[in-house]
Design a protein around this ligand. Structure first.
Ligand code: ADQ
Length: 746
């Protein structure tokens, strides 16, 4: 308001001054013009007076009646504007003059003055107009009449005109200025609302211009160009080089300006459990935790998760919070408590008997129960409340993790409309046909579309998601920009391949050497150092292809019996979801298969398969990777698979071969691995043979390329790309909010 006023004053004052100056400059021109007009009038008047007097004057001249002429003159000058008269002979002799006629103005002088453009003469009494007219009668011209009329009124009028002109010009200036300002204001408002509408994507340019429909393609084009620029910028960032914790922190500070980070996941990053030695804390076997924990340590903030450890309650404060990692206190863990019944419905039931098999093509039927769905909704609500409680501002950055919280983004959006919500789906997204099995598919999609960004590991999963939304909701989908708009809420759907934190020099310095690891692992199994080991590290889950892996080993031992007694598969399987029948049956089946294969290739001090179905700490897992000749990942379907990346990071000796399922998201990045179809047992056996016989030089070549990929595409890049996209989105929303008028907001 104040700015507008200042703008108007700045515009108004110079305009008025300019017009006043123009009035001053125009005055002389106007004076000379009006002088000529008046002069012409007086000359004409003089001609009329002369014409009226001509007969009488001619008669008086003829009769020599000077007195008669005087009477005529006296009679004529009774008109106050006619000051004096003089009668001149044709020879220029002043024959008669009225009383006021100046004696020093001869007939010749009068003729000269009368011949001027403006025939005026300044006398003591004032300015007079001089005109000379022939006295005519019956074609004869006996004399000339000199008339002197009052001309002083011209000066008076000129002064008046000047006053009025200046006042008029000043008033005109004010009027023009006001009109201009009003028009400018209206145009500006029109432009602003047009721009606002453009940003909102409504295609309106300006009410002043009017025809919205004609301008809509132009507005859409403008928006597209903006998005293209943004996409190009994003891609240029993707090619960017090194990402580490410092860079991630810097990005948070610079682009999100210290905005707070809240992570929500079902699995907690640290579990406190009672043991004989008291309360112990350990990290769960979870790809999500492996990836997100280093990000959280870099950024700090709050991680909200289910407190599942039997000693979890004993270490939290009055607000169910505990600082972690233990002893380093880098971020807050806020625990949510679930009853066994809630866990059964929400976690085991809807999430793991419904959504997990729904999203993985592993030929296990999803089970959807109404009661599980109700519990899933209720627990999503509970976590939404916790997000609101933990948020210190009304626009936090919330990272929602995984399929346990499909409803959470919309629930948070309802409570914190300005929050930036990034939802990352760690598992595959199925095609629309598979997804349509779910009775609550629309609700799940609507829930997810409360997010600012929905992230998947691969473009393929993004494509499936876009198609699923297209099939199930009334939504505007822009495939070229990968966005979905439902009820004015736009969500970016993007692929962010997850990864691990690349170990730094300090961490690597603590690792035992590869030969020590080889020796230690083999010694524990009673095997010689030269014994070949293929290693599998997984949660004990039917999607991980453990069965297919053992079949491939069995086939190899059939085809290449020289390996019997020389080669074993060491499979570590962290117990997972063992409460579920499907998992129990699967785990039992793997034990039975292991027993069968082991008895088939039985030899003293030798097992073809060593199955260690227990949790290992991260050092133990790293030791296994370094001890392995081959790492086998044969997932039937996997969002990414971090075991493959961990194995590569562990092999700083650049030895060891990676066998990787083509159905794991990681296969798109780890091209130098031996890529296999896990369902094809023969192919699996051949890949094992190839890996075991691969020359050292080839191993080194492949491994160094794999290492470069995982080092560059590390988890800080994963988080950095998402947060940078979120930051751009926030900026756009802030600009949009600034453009909103109160009526827009209401
Ligand atoms: P997960 O299905 O858990 O992850 P994955 O990515 O392989 O699968 O991660 C497993 C993690 O658990 C690894 O860090 C591994 O070291 C650890 N682990 C496995 N067995 C263990 C054991 N016995 N003892 C200790 N630790 C063990 C989900 C998706 C994946 C996706 C991740 C991350 O299913 O596709 O890669 O999230 O997004």
């Amino acid at each position: 308001m104040f700015n507008t006023l200042r703008l108007q004053i700045r515009f108004l004052v110079p305009l008025i001054l300019t017009l006043t100056a123009a009035a001053y400059l125009a005055q002389p021109l106007l004076d000379s013009l009006t002088l000529r007009w008046f002069s012409r009038d007086l000359t004409m008047r003089g001609a009329l007076v002369t014409s009226a007097m001509s007969d009488s004057l001619a008669a008086a001249l003829e009769s020599g009646g000077k007195a008669r002429i005087q009477v005529l003159f006296a009679h004529a000058v009774q008109d106050e504007r006619l000051l004096s008269l003089g009668l001149c002979s044709l020879q220029g002799v002043l024959l008669q003059r009225s009383a006021a006629y100046p004696a020093n103005v001869s007939c010749a002088q009068a003729q000269l003055i009368a011949a001027r453009d403006v025939p005026s003469l300044d006398l003591e009494s004032g300015r007079v107009h001089v005109s000379v007219h022939p006295v005519l009668q019956d074609g004869a011209h006996p004399a000339d009449l000199v008339l002197m009329q009052d001309f002083s009124f011209v000066d008076r009028r000129s002064q008046d005109t000047r006053k009025y002109l200046i006042a008029f010009m000043a008033a005109l200036g004010v009027v023009i200025a006001l009109i201009t300002v009003i028009v400018a204001q209206l145009s500006w408002r029109g432009w602003v609302s047009g721009a606002r509408a453009l940003l909102r994507g409504e295609g309106l340019i300006t009410p002043l211009i009017g025809n919205q429909r004609e301008l809509a393609p132009l507005a859409a084009d403008f928006r597209d160009r903006l998005r293209d620029l943004e996409d190009t910028y994003r891609r240029s960032l993707d090619r960017d080089d090194h990402w580490d914790p410092d860079r991630l922190r810097a990005l948070l500070r610079s682009q999100l300006r210290g905005d707070e980070l809240i992570v929500v996941s079902n699995r907690e990053p640290y579990i406190h459990e009672n043991s004989d030695a008291g309360v112990v804390c350990h990290r769960p076997a979870s790809g999500l935790v492996t990836a997100v924990e280093p990000v959280m340590r870099a950024c700090s903030g709050t991680w909200i998760a289910h407190g599942g450890g039997d000693a979890d309650k004993s270490v939290v404060d009055g607000h169910d919070r505990v600082m972690v990692p233990p002893g380093r206190d880098e971020y807050t863990l806020r625990r949510i408590w679930l009853t066994p019944q809630e866990e059964k419905g929400y976690y085991y039931g809807f999430a793991n008997e419904g959504l997990w098999p729904l999203c993985h093509v592993a030929h296990v039927r999803p089970v959807f129960r109404e009661a599980d769905w109700e519990m899933y909704r209720r627990i999503n609500e509970r976590f939404a409340e916790a997000v609101v409680t933990e948020a210190r501002s009304d626009d936090p950055v919330v990272l929602v993790q995984d399929y346990h919280f499909a409803l959470l983004p919309a629930l948070i959006r309802k409570r914190l409309p300005r929050a930036t919500i990034i939802t990352f789906w760690h598992i595959p997204w199925p095609n629309p046909e598979s997804f349509s099995i779910c009775p609550w598919r629309a609700e799940l999609l609507e829930g997810l579309l409360g997010s600012t960004i929905v992230g998947f590991h691969t473009r393929y999963h993004c494509k499936n998601f876009l198609e699923t939304v297209d099939r199930n909701l009334e939504a505007r989908i822009e495939h070229e920009h990968s966005t979905i708009t439902v009820n004015k809420q736009t969500t970016l759907v993007e692929s962010y391949p997850i990864s691990i934190a690349w170990p730094d020099d300090a961490e690597r310095a603590t690792w035992p050497s590869v030969s020590d690891c080889r020796h230690a692992v083999r010694a524990r199994l009673g095997l010689p150092d030269g014994h070949k080991l293929a290693v599998g590290v997984d949660r004990f889950d039917y999607t991980k292809g453990i069965l297919e892996r053992i079949h491939a080993l069995e086939r190899l031992l059939e085809k290449q019996p020289q390996w019997i007694g020389q080669l074993s598969l060491l499979q570590v399987a962290a117990p997972s979801r063992s409460e579920l029948e499907e998992y129990k049956a699967f785990q039992l089946r793997i034990h039975q298969l292991t027993d069968r294969v082991n008895s088939r290739f039985d030899q003293p001090d030798y097992q073809a398969v060593y199955l260690l179905d227990r949790h290992h700490d991260s050092d133990a897992v790293n030791e296994l990777y370094r001890a392995a000749d081959v790492c086998v990942v044969t997932s039937l379907h996997d969002g990414m698979n971090l075991v493959s990346k961990e194995f590569i990071a562990a092999r700083d000796d650049e030895q060891g071969v990676m066998i990787l399922s083509r159905f794991a998201g990681a296969a798109a990045e780890l091209k130098e691995a031996l890529i296999v179809n896990p369902y094809h047992v023969e192919e699996g056996a051949d890949a094992l043979q190839r890996a075991l016989t691969m020359p050292v030089a080839e191993q080194s070549e492949r491994m160094s390329n794999l290492r470069a990929t995982v080092r560059d595409d590390n988890v800080y890049r994963w988080a950095g790309r998402m947060l940078a996209d979120a930051a751009r989105w926030r900026l756009r929303e802030r600009i949009d909010a600034r453009m909103q008028t109160p009526s827009d907001k209401s």
